[in-house]
Design a protein. Structure first.
Length: 478
């Protein structure tokens, strides 16, 4: 195991029901109500009321969809985007093409004309990644709000020399003085502790690879071949892949005594997918040292220089963390975001923490995120009592026949084709009106959720927010 002088802790087809095609547009529904513990953490860490915390999540879901569409429409002229306001009620989209401004405004977002596209800025940062960052340059990143590359440094001259050696135009760079010196945090349920020799880290998210269960975590927590024990000190698994520095991710295959679940320690929140959060959006993390803490996404695609080397492609946040939280899972609403890498500060005075995006880890190692169904995480809809299929056109809806259900839990999963945005709703008949009682509305093709409801008359609705194609719907009724 690599040596650590970093922070260490403790030394859906044949339908089973009729489908009706409708092209009538429908209002965007609010996302499923989040776990109470997540709302409490949002209130505490973002200084929000309960109403503001719930409204913020609703706004993020709504504006997140808008952002995805605008990003696609702008193409190469896209300059980045960010949410603002206590309740994230405002989306700003930057563009390097003045002709695109009216379309952005007409779509419901604010527009900002910039000199450099996000592609331009990313290319500049890529040059920095190819150079050797000195220890006095702990962090650098693309800052879409200022349309520049920010280099944080404890030595201005060294930072300027680093930028010059990388061949980056100094006029595109903002140098920011900092006293920060990030270090990796040492630390099959997200956020639980696990042990590697004398060190402790935190489980990120449960995954599967074929028939093997396991979890993703931080790469600095262990090397390939290192054995782990769980939070209960029972033999757990072995590191199968690990990358650090450069990246900071790894995955552990567990033995047959450990079962992957979509749950997060300390909360009733379940993982439903892995749609990435937007800059300015709220985000929460779970770690075995400090539990739940929340904040907002500040920058995406950041590079951080630890004493062991530079880690690129991490997301910068204003969430606190402490030793042992390393590897723990980050989540926005029901969407997995990444695993804790490192940072500075603590949860008493506050701090800055970086996480490695989970979708990269899943892609590199061919892993499947364990979710409460599909939910955009790449999972198929398996383990449900019934399945059915159909086809829906962009902007259209497909409804199931109504059915009577007893009181209890509804489990639903929608599996759509790649490249589309399909949403799934559970509706209940109230008098003569159908009301959405639960939904999956991520920007991915797949959705999944559960709903504990009273006895009544229900139906399912599949909506093609964008794109057309066939889908599979799986469900278990109470």
């Amino acid at each position: 195991m690599r040596s650590r002088h970093i922070l260490s802790a403790a030394s859906a087809l044949t339908m089973g029901f009729a489908l009706v095609l409708s092209s009538a547009p429908a209002a965007v529904a609010a996302p499923a109500k989040p776990a109470p513990s997540m709302l409490e953490a949002l209130q505490r860490d973002l200084h929000l009321s309960a109403e503001q915390a719930e409204l913020r999540l609703i706004n993020e879901a709504r504006l997140g969809k808008l952002e995805g569409k605008v990003r696609t429409d702008l193409g190469a002229s896209f300059g980045g985007s960010w949410l603002s306001g206590d309740t994230a009620n405002s989306l700003t989209v930057a563009t390097a093409d003045a002709a695109k401004v009216p379309a952005i405004i007409a779509g419901g977002a604010k527009a900002q004309l910039v000199t450099r596209s996000l592609g331009d800025l990313t290319a500049l940062k890529d040059k920095l990644d190819a150079a050797a960052a000195p220890q006095t340059v702990p962090v650098y990143y693309v800052d879409v709000k200022t349309n520049s590359v920010v280099v944080e440094t404890r030595d201005q001259a060294a930072a300027e020399a680093f930028v010059a050696a990388a061949g980056v135009d100094k006029s595109a760079v903002r140098f920011v003085a900092t006293s920060e010196q990030p270090v990796p945090f040492y630390n099959i349920r997200g956020g639980d502790a696990y042990y590697i020799g004398g060190g402790r880290c935190s489980v990120g998210f449960a995954i599967t690879r074929g028939t093997t269960n396991g979890f993703v975590t931080a790469g600095h927590c262990g090397n390939v071949g290192n054995s782990t024990t769980g939070y209960n000190q029972v033999a757990q698994g072995t590191f199968q892949g690990s990358s650090f520095p450069g990246n900071d991710y790894a995955w552990v295959a567990t033995n047959a005594n450990w079962v992957s679940t979509p749950t997060i320690a300390g909360t009733s929140a379940n993982v439903a997918g892995s749609t990435a959060q937007v800059v300015g959006g709220s985000i929460c993390r779970s770690g075995s040292t400090t539990g739940w803490h929340c904040g907002t996404v500040q920058q995406i695609g950041t590079s951080v220089t630890y004493s062991q080397g530079t880690v690129s492609g991490v997301t910068r946040t204003n969430v606190c963390a402490e030793p042992g939280d390393s590897g723990g899972g980050w989540i926005s609403g029901t969407q997995a975001q990444g695993v804790t890498s490192g940072g500075s500060g603590n949860c008493s005075s506050g701090g800055t923490t970086y996480f490695q995006p989970v979708n990269e880890i899943l892609s590199v190692y061919g892993l499947t995120l364990t979710t409460s169904g599909g939910g955009g995480g790449g999972s198929t809809c398996s383990g449900y009592a019934s399945t059915s299929s159909g086809t829906v056109s962009s902007g259209g809806n497909v409804y199931s026949a109504q059915f009577s259900a007893s009181a209890g839990t509804h489990r639903l999963c929608l599996d759509g084709p790649n490249g589309v945005d399909f949403d799934l709703y559970l509706q209940r008949l109230s008098g003569s009106t159908w009301t959405n009682v639960a939904s999956g509305t991520s920007s991915a093709p797949d959705e999944a959720f559960t709903y504990n409801g009273s006895a009544g008359t229900y139906r399912y609705r599949v909506h093609a927010y964008s794109g057309s194609g066939s889908f599979t719907l799986a469900y278990t009724r109470p």
